[in-house]
Ligand binder design. Structure first.
Ligand code: ADP
Ligand code: ASP
Ligand code: MG
Length: 405
């Protein structure tokens, strides 16, 4: 007997037929004698539609009400799966985040889970009941519904697996594992049988949507046995594991892209101590994460500063910067939301030189201009124009020898 958390994403619960398919996958584990908890996303496309409604209602909407709206998609799927499981003779019931409760902080729209109460779930599971839990949502300290950021059901699943002391957390999705890069863009992408927590964390945080970043952080922290697999094909997926458990290590194991960033350039900024703090402080106070930053060499006491912010926060960032302009003073502000960040990732970079150079020359050969660069121990990222996304991904995938043979 094992205790398992099974999570199914939006495409896996996209319609009634697919929810029935999910029910069969749950039944298989129940029939094998396992204790099972299920976490679900909303039907694919539903959360996007709910977000669009909020934007239509008002461009700068209240985040608490946003959560009230966008959390509803999951309530539908957990109810439907529970009905179907019951009709198959399996004892099941739906749970919203607030009912468990899954406690989070009050950062509406991107809340963090702080605690999950499990006594009730554990005793029901021991009695053979399957809890079907709404992913992506919790309840804040303010007593209101919160959501965990886009893709947050992965985090709900891993957090629940950790809290329940589960033997496994299986993330079922529309691809059969984690690939060297997004297989929908690079047909030659290869499935990785295993990937380290660390690399997966970088890949997720740099844009690989297959797992939400926080879910990997949490799996790493609580040593959750995590695998990614297909809900449509019964074949082995990808195991996320420790570095020691991987025999053949590549210098570069994956390439990710993110269209979630926007570029802001401030021209003619006075170049003296305290300026960066005066610009980035107010952005941080408004909960806006600045990612890549470059500052040009100053000429006559003035410089240009380019940085990226999440695309969804661009409007708010511009508003903050309008205020900043009154105190700091800069000549001009320009921004673009047609950029993409491309990153190559691999633990092998710690010991191999020349990885970044290979990236720059592969892009140069295709005439792709690099706007901003940033690096860390196991990744190199560049910002380029969005129209070159596919070309860049394919060129880099080949340059690093990752193409499927
Ligand atoms: P779900 O709705 O099941 O949570 P997501 O759409 O959030 O599914 O994540 C799965 C998608 O992630 C895939 O369809 C694929 O296009 C994308 N993806 C991006 N990078 C990768 C990668 N390196 N490996 C696998 N899938 C990836
Ligand atoms: N339904 C939410 C979203 O689309 C959560 C998830 O799918 O993980 O972001
Ligand atoms: Mg997802």
């Amino acid at each position: 007997m094992a205790r398992i958390v099974q999570k199914f994403g939006g495409t896996s619960v996209a319609n009634m037929e697919r929810i029935r398919n999910v029910a069969r996958l749950v039944k298989k584990e129940v029939d094998a004698g396992n204790q099972v908890a299920v976490v679900l996303s909303a039907m694919s496309g539903v959360t996007n539609q709910l977000v669009a409604y909020c934007q239509e209602a008002a461009p700068l909407f209240d985040q608490g009400e946003y959560d009230a709206v966008v959390s509803t998609g999951e309530q539908v799927t957990v109810g439907l799966l529970s009905i179907i499981l019951q009709s198959m003779g399996i004892s099941a019931r739906s749970w919203c985040g607030w009912q468990i409760p899954i406690h989070t902080d009050d950062a509406h729209g991107k809340a963090r889970i702080v605690d999950i109460e499990t006594d009730e779930l554990l005793s029901r599971m021991a009695a053979g009941e399957v809890p079907v839990v709404a992913g992506f949502q919790g309840i804040g300290e303010d007593g209101r519904i919160t959501t965990l950021g886009r893709g947050g059901s992965d985090t709900s699943a891993v957090a629940l697996a950790a809290a329940l002391g589960a033997d496994r957390c299986d993330i079922y999705t529309d691809v059969d594992g984690v690939y060297t890069t997004d297989p929908r863009i690079v047909p030659k992408a290869r499935k990785l049988p295993r990937v380290t927590y660390e690399e997966m964390l970088e890949m997720a945080s740099l844009g690989a949507k297959v797992l939400q970043t926080r879910s990997v952080e949490m799996a790493m922290k609580y040593r959750v046995n995590l695998q990614v697999l297909s809900s449509f094909e019964d074949i082995p997926g990808t195991l996320v594991c420790d570095e020691e458990d991987i025999v053949e290590k590549e210098v570069v194991s994956g390439i990710a892209y993110s269209r979630d960033e926007a570029k802001v350039t401030l021209q003619g900024v006075k170049d003296h101590p305290g300026i960066a703090a005066a610009i980035f402080g107010p952005l941080a106070d408004s909960n806006i994460n600045v990612d890549m930053i470059v500052q040009n060499v100053s000429a006559e006491g003035h410089t240009d500063l380019t940085f990226t912010v999440p695309r969804t926060d661009l409007l708010r960032a511009l508003k903050v910067l309008e205020e900043v302009k009154k105190t700091v003073g800069f000549r001009d502000l320009s921004h673009s939301d047609t950029v993409v960040k491309i990153s190559v990732i691999g633990v092998g970079m710690r010991t191999h030189a020349g990885v970044a150079q290979k990236m720059f020359s592969a892009l140069a050969e295709r005439g792709i201009n690099i706007l901003v660069i940033s690096t860390s121990e196991i990744k190199v990222s560049v910002l380029i124009e969005e129209e070159y996304t596919e070309l860049a991904l394919r060129a880099l995938h080949t340059a690093y020898g990752l193409d499927a043979r």
